[in-house]
Design a protein around this ligand. Structure first.
Ligand code: BTN
Length: 242
């Protein structure tokens, strides 16, 4: 991998988009020790204080139809869970589509964005924000009860570089497998860690809130939700409450 490292940047996501426009190769990773304008899903802010979190963005250039992009988010979630397990021994859960939780609290967020470029294969930028060495007071009051970190779970600070290496290593292996053999081998890995499938959930989409039974995910990573009338909704993007 080529790695671009910043002690401080606005957002690794913006930087990765810029590098992709300038022709960065597949596998290029942008890592920052601190982001001053970290970006979350749905226009939210993402907080990352110096020295505590891991903020990174991967540039990918797969030759995939755009509707398959959600598969890469799911693949990333599996890589993070496996990397964290290897590097720290902790077991975490995946909440569709892209949150990594421990005991119901958020440990990692993933943000997948596409960049269309007429001159070359489109790029996909996958941002991963991991809470590693935050202590309770490092989180802002609004998220303090909703978020957790590896240090809070383990009771001690951990080596961030080791976690970055483990997650990137898992990602690389799964991504190669995915490019060669498709999503079929990735899906069961995702399902094994998922807490949002096989249970009743609320899905808050842009338009409505649907309550129902999450039956599973489709080949394209779309969530299938059966409401109380038995109608099955295909959920492309939503906030899930379990
Ligand atoms: C979410 O759960 O809302 C997604 C959070 C994604 C945060 C990461 S940190 C690295 C990359 N750079 C950003 O500005 N955002 C993503």
């Amino acid at each position: 991998h080529e790695i671009t490292y910043f002690d401080e940047t606005d957002s690794t996501q913006y930087t990765a988009h810029k590098l992709a426009q300038e022709g960065a190769k597949e596998g290029h990773v942008v890592i920052a020790n601190e982001q001053t304008k970290g970006k979350g899903r749905l226009g939210r802010q993402w907080f990352s204080r110096k020295g505590t979190s891991v903020s990174m963005s991967l540039i990918l250039r797969p030759e995939l139809p755009p509707q398959k992009t959600p598969q890469l988010t799911l693949l990333t979630a599996v890589s993070v869970v496996r990397g964290l397990k290897k590097a720290t021994g902790i077991d975490c859960d995946i909440k569709w589509p892209n949150d990594i939780l421990i005991n119901g609290k958020k440990l990692v967020g993933i943000l997948t964005e596409m960049q269309a470029d007429p001159d070359r294969v489109n790029s996909i930028i996958i941002g991963i924000g991991m809470n590693i060495n935050q202590h309770h007071d490092d989180f802002t009051p609004e998220i303090r009860e909703l978020a957790t970190s590896v240090a809070l779970v383990k009771g001690k600070n951990v080596d961030r570089a080791k976690i970055i290496a483990a997650v990137l290593n898992e990602f690389e292996q799964l991504y190669d497998l995915y490019i060669e053999r498709g999503f079929d081998l990735i899906r069961p890995l995702w399902e094994a860690h998922s807490v949002s499938v096989g249970t009743f959930i609320y899905a808050r989409t842009m338009r409505e809130v649907i309550y129902g039974f999450a039956k599973g995910i489709t080949e394209d990573g779309v969530l299938l939700l059966e409401d109380e009338k038995g109608k099955v909704h295909e959920i492309y993007s939503a906030d899930i409450e379990i």
